[in-house]
Design a protein around this ligand. Structure first.
Ligand code: STX
Length: 323
């Protein structure tokens, strides 16, 4: 299969901070065509923050591209890497409400929702809550925060594929405390002592960075290892959401996907996705058979992998001219 390159780099024509309540202010930006079809790109993690490359999955002449940083990460404030960060007002449902507030703030009636990994989780939660605001869904590396999915990646499963990287993940946690690694990490990540939460944040983030692509993305691993500011916030936010099971019932997002039957949807999944294995994407597809399912045969989890990015761009191109 021929693969595509991303659209050229672009700069936002507008950006700002939106106060969403509870003392949180979110960074947002718009790029592409101000009169184009609106799309909101929902980043992963949670806690990953938006990146400039996320603008490049959309034809900039046809789309009005909205990116934002979810509570506590990226350029949003307060930042979750602060030693005594308080994440109590940072939950799935706060973020769903934030997306609605941003939509209203920008004067957008309906928009396409595009998200991978945790971005797919939040996109599903948003679309199932505000179904009439969503024109299309483009979802990748499907993650729905079920206990089985969390177990796979943080307790036992992916560990069997990456025994070498797993050792680094286990390092901050003493042997006698490994029965529930998400809980063990929770205690360390939220300890206000930097000598405790920084090493835990780095180890957690390095694990994820090491395992997201079919071939190890050394640049991403290096970033996770060197950027405490990013890694501590990423680890804390992810862990906080997973420790609390996303404030959802197990399987809720897949169960309620029947509500999405009128929303044109593309699901893009890497066959060798070790972070969010294809089972979840398949279970979702079974609940929304109207979706188009693209199984990329030679990819892992990351949106930037050639087969994944090509399938995503084909999807946004196909939807670009829908009214
Ligand atoms: N978390 C998967 C996820 O959403 C379980 C994710 N993994 N890496 C990312 O997001 C970034 C590339 C955004 C850092």
């Amino acid at each position: 299969m021929t693969t595509r390159e991303l659209y050229p780099e672009i700069e936002p024509y507008d950006h700002g901070m939106l106060e969403v309540g509870d003392g949180h202010s979110l960074y947002y930006e718009q790029s592409g065509n101000p009169d184009g079809k609106p799309v909101v790109a929902v980043h992963g993690g949670p806690g990953g923050g938006s990146t400039a490359s996320m603008r490049r999955y959309f034809n900039p002449e046809k789309y009005r591209i909205v990116l934002f940083d979810q509570r506590g990460c990226g350029k949003s404030r307060p930042h979750a890497s602060e030693p005594d960060a308080d994440l109590s007002a940072n939950t799935t449902w706060h973020l769903v409400a934030d997306i609605e507030m941003l939509r209203e703030h920008l004067g957008i009636d309906k928009w396409q929702v595009f998200g991978g990994s945790w971005g797919s989780t939040l996109s599903l939660a948003y679309a199932e809550t505000h179904t009439d605001r969503v024109t299309e869904l483009v979802l990748r590396g499907i993650f729905t925060l079920r206990e089985s999915e969390l177990r796979w990646f943080y307790q036992e499963g992916a560990s069997h594929l990456f025994p070498d990287f797993w050792e680094t993940y286990l390092e901050p946690i003493p042997e006698e405390d490994r029965d529930d690694l998400i809980a063990a990490y929770n205690r360390r990540l939220f300890n206000p002592d930097t000598a405790i939460h920084v090493p835990a944040g780095l180890a957690w983030s390095i694990w994820e960075a090491s395992t997201t692509s079919l071939f190890v993305d050394e640049k991403f691993v290096k970033q996770a290892a060197e950027d405490d500011f990013w890694s501590v916030a990423f680890a804390r936010i992810e862990n906080h959401f997973f420790f609390n099971k996303g404030w959802m019932e197990d399987g809720q997002l897949i169960r309620d996907a029947v509500k999405l039957k009128n929303i044109p949807t593309v699901i893009v999944q890497g066959r060798y996705d070790a972070c969010t294995p294809p089972q979840t994407a398949w279970d979702l597809y079974r609940q929304m058979p109207h979706a188009k399912f693209v199984m990329v045969p030679d990819a892992g989890h990351a949106s930037i992998e050639p087969g994944i990015r090509t399938a995503l761009m084909n999807a946004t191109d196909e939807f670009a001219s829908r009214q």
